[in-house]
Design a protein around this ligand. Sequence first.
Ligand code: ADP
Length: 271
Amino acid sequence: NYNVKFNGGMFTETNELARTLNTASYEMQKTDFYQRDLIANVSHDLKTPLTMIKSYAEMINDISGDNPEKRKEHLKVIITEADRLNKLVSDMLSASKIQSNTLELDKEIFDLVAVTEEIVATYKVLNEQNGYHIRLNKCKAAYVYGDKEKIKQVLSNFVSNAIKYCGEDRVVIVEVKRIGKKVRVDVIDHGDGIASDELSHVWERYYRTSANRNRSIEGSGLGLSIVKGILVLHNANYGVKSKVGQGSDFWFEMDTVKKPTDTECKNKTHG
Ligand code: ADP
């Protein structure tokens, strides 16, 4: 609360100042809130897999060491949780590199259609046995110049989110098509969708929509901020269309380039 006195022309200026201070203070409170929330979230996210790893290692030590079946089961949990921890820590590292503008690209010419196919195939293997249907509608090869591994990360993030948030429908559609000189990938689900006032925030670090914040669906809120960082570095267009109750369509598009010759493929360029 600021005391703003009417004093001729001063009114507007003081009022302006008060408004600016108010906004700044709101922003600071928001940042502070996010920082505190962030530490709480991150500690929780790191602690959960660590606790699981420790408990299951203790179980092997105490009870399942002599039982090959049980031991295998318990070791599987340890491996899954260690993978989760690994992913979380690498996401935190990527997010931090993006924030400090130190994320580097290792660029080469590659076929975005083939890479999309590869990612879809991986998610099919992992999820179709659990009743998910992942469909791919694709065009002919479309070459782009970019960091293949990081573009794979973008695709993985969109597809894994679509699987996570597709609800009862369990259908995910991936489309890769040419639009003039560009190639565009859409990852579509028919899940709960995202409210319009939250849409622009989903690309922010640690942001999770109110609908998902308290649900058991796991997530750090880091994925899309990393996606945004990677796509911005590639000068790619990206966005999301979503309607509550109807689902979401996360997309990006890149410029196509000429198919590389065999020698160009062998001499991968950097930078
Ligand atoms: P998270 O690890 O929480 O999934 P992301 O950064 O990938 O983090 O996504 C941020 C938030 O955006 C998610 O927590 C979720 O609320 C929302 N979101 C992302 N993808 C979808 C989707 N396909 N449908 C509905 N909500 C989504």
